[in-house]
Design a protein around this ligand. Structure first.
Ligand SMILES: [Zn+2]
Length: 438
């Protein structure tokens, strides 16, 4: 169980972070110049919101304005939030802060069932300043388990070879990687019954992907989210055995979290949906205060049957997994639903990409690319999948009838879909159209 402190104690810690920030960082000195001392919740709510742009533009090494430390830097690590170069945010943490981040994360890993008797395969992409691989190295060491630093930088056959050789009880990676492993295991008809926990992070795991993984690793395997974290803030939410897929406990001694309704300009109570604002209680080298991280959440207001008093919240989903056709928002789930029944059969994988592109003739080209270990066998389902998409999305059906939309479904070899070189994620929605205003 992670440490629990009262709202009052957490506020006190948050105020001390605020005081350091206002005194020592050029950025916060300017931002807070009209603010008086903060003593209670009402004062706290006068503190202006900290935006992603502000964080991006003022973080070290791009700028020194957020820093509260003297340069030159010592005892620190710099990581990146990923994203394409130029847009990536860098996060500098002192080793003391890094340790605080890791201890919380290790506690969260213990809660999903990882212990010192486990053999843990670390299958995240290493390099490019991406923190997951190195952070897990330290997490696994803190737990005392055996670490297999395999990474996702090697080819998948080699990865699978190590897995069959060392028989890890825990695999940690992105959903995309687990899909490919499942494809390979099913294709080679391997028996993999030694994996107890599959822990994922970095992407949403749909029920289609979950089912596909179970087909390869067995029905008993426990599939768990490695917690709700960000490179800037560390662990924001962790799961116990009683948590629903999007439900998390707040580590109260580590983050001061508010859920804020920007339309009504007020703090949300239980059951009210709003945006997550984070104040990290340990990071003072570059303080994060009332940071608008971009996630929507709701406090459940319920106590958890696991006995942990840390409050529960539910993440309501992230932006970017829907698209617009003819004025209607269409969820990617609907596209997934058009072929999810065929996944794990006929060689069909759960890794796919849906492309939208305007042609020069004014036709909207839609293309669903799905990976497959047996393209010939998969192809017999193309017409059925096209029909399924049209049955589910009226605007696509109508567009095709009016010759304004062209729909294509294709199967491609395993591992072919473009992946981010930094994180290894497959972009499931690739909207190449000129951006409309949202
Ligand atoms: Zn619980």
């Amino acid at each position: 169980m992670l440490k629990q402190i009262s709202q009052q104690e957490a506020l006190k810690k948050a105020i001390s972070v605020y005081n350091v920030a206002r005194e020592k960082s050029e950025f916060y000195k300017d931002k807070y110049q009209n603010l008086a001392d903060i003593n209670n919740t009402d004062d706290w709510q006068q503190i202006p919101i900290f935006t992603k742009d502000e964080l991006f533009n003022n973080s070290y090494p791009k700028s020194e304005r957020l820093l509260t430390l003297e340069l030159p830097l010592t005892n620190a690590i710099i990581t990146s939030t990923g994203g394409s170069t130029g847009l990536a945010r860098y996060t500098m943490l002192t080793y003391n802060e890094w340790n605080e981040f890791l201890e919380r994360q290790a506690d969260a890993l213990r809660l999903i069932g990882i212990s010192e008797t486990d053999v843990v395969a670390n299958l995240f992409v290493a390099g490019s300043l991406w923190p997951s691989f190195v952070a897990l190295h330290d997490n696994i060491r803190l737990i005392g388990a055996v670490h297999l630093p395999i990474s996702a930088n090697i080819d998948f056959d080699k990865m699978l070879q190590y897995i069959m050789e060392f028989k890890p009880t825990v695999l940690l990676s992105l959903p995309t990687v687990f899909v490919i492993l499942a494809d390979k295991i099913l294709q080679k008809k391997l028996k993999v019954d030694f994996v107890k926990v599959i822990g994922y992070a970095g992407e949403h795991m749909s029920s289609m992907i979950r089912n596909h993984i179970r087909k390869a690793f067995g029905e008993e395997v426990s599939i768990k989210s490695l917690a709700y974290t960000s490179a800037d803030c560390g662990l924001i939410g962790y799961q116990c055995d009683h948590c629903a897929p999007n439900e998390y406990h707040l580590p109260t001694d580590f983050q001061y979290v508010e859920i804020f309704d920007f339309e009504k300009n007020k703090i949300c109570g239980p059951g009210e949906k709003g945006e997550v604002l984070i104040t990290n209680l340990e990071r003072t080298s570059e303080p994060i205060i009332r940071y608008r991280i971009g996630d929507v959440a709701t406090w459940t207001g319920k106590s958890c049957s696991c006995g942990d008093k840390n409050p529960l919240f539910v993440i309501e989903g992230r932006a970017g997994d829907d698209f617009k056709i003819g004025g209607a928002y269409i969820e990617m789930d609907v596209i997934e639903d058009s072929f999810s029944n065929y996944v794990s059969s006929h060689g069909i994988s759960a890794n796919y990409q849906f492309e939208l592109e305007d042609s020069s003739e004014g036709v909207l080209n839609l293309k669903l690319n799905i990976e497959s270990s047996d393209i010939n066998d998969s192809q017999q389902l193309i017409e059925q999948i096209k029909t399924n998409i049209q049955d589910r999305v009226h605007d696509i059906k109508e567009g095709i009838a009016m010759k304004l939309v062209n729909l294509d479904v294709a199967f491609v070899d395993l591992g072919i879909l473009p992946r981010s070189p930094i994180t290894g994620k497959v972009k499931r929605l690739n909207d190449k159209r000129v951006k409309e205003e949202k």
